[in-house]
Ligand binder design. Structure first.
Ligand code: GLN
Length: 485
């Protein structure tokens, strides 16, 4: 088996057994990046020197016997996480010149576990998008078919992992940005419970929704990544002070008798019939594993996208106010006066989608509209959380599609924001409620990957990971990769 075909757990075993070193493994990945990245545009920065230094240090740790399962394993980091001494662009011209002076907690923890950072991955500008077409660095292409989008906003991480240009990657998910690209690229993606992972040093889009998480080939690997990333951090006041369980310990436990809820709202109009077939076939597999399936209802799900497109822009308009060409970000040439400096710096630094969101957000927050839009959206958010609360009185997990369609063509939705926003119709409610959600690959539709979404109750990542793992023990879909890599 080629090195890049191995999962994290296989790599960890090989590294410990001395079958190969982290330096060899890292060089192998760097060569693959050199060969394939230009066509895919998945990495915006490759940190070769840093990677080789980390790999050499990891090799020493392995010899010394103080390695974690991630020690020496090459990862890709979404360019939304601040990385000390390395450009952190967030996919924006605004931060094209920004070299972070510190590491995000996520980076600090993965570094601390001994992982190797290969580079920073492309993303939709400030994580706003579902196709990775809003990046200042140009679109990312889907390795399964380069005419198609990889999904977004963690599209660079997804494409890099699908093309085996890293062993695993980080992503962030505000409305679906881990689960939807995982679905479109045939990967395992986990958005943990809000507060499970520190947001410190992760550039904020919508602070009450943003959550980091792993993108991996298997649920087993997701457990290893989450183990390193999760936990309390005093520097993020919304980070939960919940104990971190051993996520790998319960993998493989029997799931017979598990109650799965299928929301009828997730299987209605708008769902591609081919995607529906693949998701239904996956549910049949769960029945064979002894699970019980019941129909449930999430009656307010149709309000999730509209509520999100008030809450997320409102928060982003406030978070992005700091990028003014003075404190942070791109500064225009020869400003006439202060107002000109603000206007032109922001005008030049932000792309069209980001500007659209800032305008919507400031509008929704302005006097006279606040009650009508922002307050209303917050009320709807409550109703959506209550729907889930009721559902979890009845079932253990909820399943459905992660995305209404498979990967679509580049350019197909980029002129139609509403169509683009509907890509997240099954994922957004999960962020509004703060719940954990996963996407795992199931049977492809017309040769294109399909993701099954599994939603759990608060801090029930352990169960989600096991439910995903049991499926992966019984099936082979997660092993499929695009040809040519
Ligand atoms: N696609 C959604 C948006 O554009 C979600 C993005 C995300 O999760 N970061 O806002």
């Amino acid at each position: 088996m080629m090195l890049h075909e191995k999962t994290i757990s296989e790599l960890a075993a090989g590294l410990r057994a001395g079958e190969f070193s982290s330096v060899e493994l890292t060089k192998h990945y760097l060569e693959r990046i050199a060969a394939h990245n230009e066509a895919l545009n998945a990495y915006v920065t490759v940190t070769e020197e840093r990677a080789l230094a980390q790999a050499a240090a990891a090799d020493q740790r392995l010899v010394a016997g103080d390695a974690t399962p991630l020690t020496g394993v090459p990862l890709a980091q979404k360019d939304i996480f601040c990385t000390n001494g390395v450009r952190t662009s967030c996919g924006s011209r605004m931060l094209d010149n920004f070299v972070a002076p510190y590491d995000a907690t996520v980076i600090e923890r993965l570094d601390g576990a001994g992982a190797v950072m290969l580079g920073k991955t492309n993303m939709d500008e400030f994580a706003m998008g579902s196709s990775n077409e809003t990046s200042w660095y140009g679109p990312v292409r889907n390795p399964w078919n380069t005419e198609l989008v990889p999904g977004g906003s963690s599209g660079g991480s997804a494409a890099a992992l699908a093309a085996r240009l890293c062993a695993a990657a980080t992503g962030t998910d505000t409305g679906g940005s881990i689960r939807q690209p995982a679905a479109l690229c045939g990967l395992t993606g986990l958005k943990p419970t809000y507060g499970r992972i520190s947001r410190w040093g992760m550039i904020a889009f919508a602070s009450s929704l943003d959550q980091a998480g792993p993108m991996t080939r298997t649920a087993e690997d997701a457990a290893l990544m989450l183990q390193a990333m999760a936990g309390f951090d005093a520097r993020d006041s919304t980070c939960a002070e919940e104990p971190v369980p051993d996520y790998s310990a319960t993998l493989g436990e029997d799931i017979a008798g598990l109650k799965i809820g299928l929301p009828k709202e997730y299987f209605g109009e708008g769902l591609d019939p081919e995607v529906a077939k693949s998701v239904e076939a996956a549910v049949e597999e769960y029945k064979r594993l002894g699970c019980e399936v019941v129909e449930i209802s999430l009656p307010n799900n149709h309000l999730a996208v509209p509520a999100y497109y008030v809450v997320a822009p409102a928060e982003c308009s406030s978070n992005l106010a700091r990028f003014d060409g003075v404190r942070f970000g791109h500064r225009c040439e020869d400003p006439k006066d202060l107002e000109d400096l603000y206007k032109r710096s922001r005008g030049e630094g932000f792309g069209a989608e980001v500007k659209r969101r800032i305008l919507i957000g400031t509008y929704a927050l302005s006097a006279g509209y606040y009650d009508a839009y922002y307050l209303k959206a917050q009320q709807v958010r409550h109703l959506i959380s209550d729907d889930f609360k009721k559902a979890f009185e009845q079932v253990d997990v909820i399943m459905g599609p992660a995305s209404p369609t498979t990967a679509f063509a580049l350019g197909e939705k980029s002129d139609d924001p509403v169509q683009m926003y509907l890509s997240d119709i099954y994922t957004i409610a999960v962020n509004l409620a703060g719940l954990p959600g996963m996407s795992i690959p199931v049977a492809p539709a017309e040769g294109k990957p399909v993701g099954l979404q599994i939603i759990g109750n608060y801090f029930d990542e352990t169960r989600l990971l096991n439910v995903a793992h049991r499926f992966q023990q019984a099936t082979e879909w997660h092993k499929a990769g695009p040809s040519g890599y």
